[in-house]
Design a protein around this ligand. Structure first.
Ligand code: SF4
Ligand code: SF4
Ligand code: FES
Length: 244
């Protein structure tokens, strides 16, 4: 049954180009039909009430990873969060933590992409190029089933307590992506590829308190990647068998 209710959306407003105006909340009261997502409400507020409100979005279906934010204290994608699922008629929206705010709900993702680039997130081969595509068995593909679902939304990065005290920490998404390629049967990167995360800014800096797993909207488990890479590093140190 379709129902309608009035909700108050309290949205954090800030413009880095006007640093004299402190971050503050502005409220918008709007009628919402059941089934409407937070993202649809934001689009309505922007179109009908306040065209200066800024946020990112694209696919509207939890695929592009651009609409991550804090919704009533929980980090999630605005496009997959239905307004009616909240008990309260007040919804508070804030930008992702651990990033600088550019404007309102839009944050500067540069540190996230820098970390991502550093782990070289693509297949690295040392063998000559094969004449046909490299096939994987079902078992080989199943090793990356979970990690491959990452949509680079940065929900995990925003939730990570280590990043809130050390911006140089590699972060859960980059570590999960590194493990995704290490586990890939087609990838031939050498054991030295893990040097970049074999330190306190990498896998040894993680508190392993699983907030990244709780925050991930795609059921990726970055903490498992941290632990998996730690095991590979120890095994390689003890037995020198590489990282596969
Ligand atoms: S488990 Fe590690 S990577 Fe994940 S949120 Fe905690 S400290 Fe960050
Ligand atoms: S691991 Fe999950 S939360 Fe982190 S960037 Fe990928 S999809 Fe988003
Ligand atoms: S708009 Fe693409 S993930 Fe939300």
């Amino acid at each position: 049954m379709i129902t309608e209710n009035y909700y108050t959306f309290k949205i954090l407003r800030y413009d880095a180009k006007e640093p004299d105006v402190e971050p503050h909340f502005e409220s918008y009261r709007i009628k919402v039909v059941s089934g409407l997502t937070v993202l649809m409400v934001l689009l309505r507020i922007q179109e009908e009430i306040d065209g200066t409100l800024s946020f990112r979005s694209s696919c509207r279906s939890a695929v592009c990873g651009s609409c991550a934010m804090v919704i009533n204290g929980k980090i999630d994608l605005a496009c997959r969060t239905q307004v009616a699922t909240f008990g309260s008629n007040t919804i508070v929206l804030e930008p992702l933590p651990n990033f600088e705010i550019i404007k309102d709900l839009v944050v500067d993702m540069t540190p996230f992409w820098n970390m991502y680039e550093k782990i070289r997130p693509y297949l690295i081969r040392t063998s000559p190029d094969p004449e046909k595509e490299i096939q994987q068995s079902e078992e080989e593909r199943s090793r990356i089933d979970q990690v491959v679902n990452c949509i680079l939304c940065a929900c995990c990065y925003g939730a990570c307590p280590v990043l809130s005290r050390d911006p140089e920490y590699a972060g859960p998404a980059a570590i999960a992506k590194l493990e995704r390629f290490v586990l890939d049967s087609r990838d031939e990167r050498p054991a030295s590829a893990l040097d970049a995360v074999n330190n306190e800014k990498g896998v040894w800096g993680c508190d392993t308190i699983l907030r990244c797993i709780d925050a991930c909207p795609k059921d990726v488990r970055p903490t498992d990647s941290v632990v998996g890479l730690r095991k590979k590093l120890i095994k390689n140190r003890l037995f020198g068998k590489g990282i596969k």
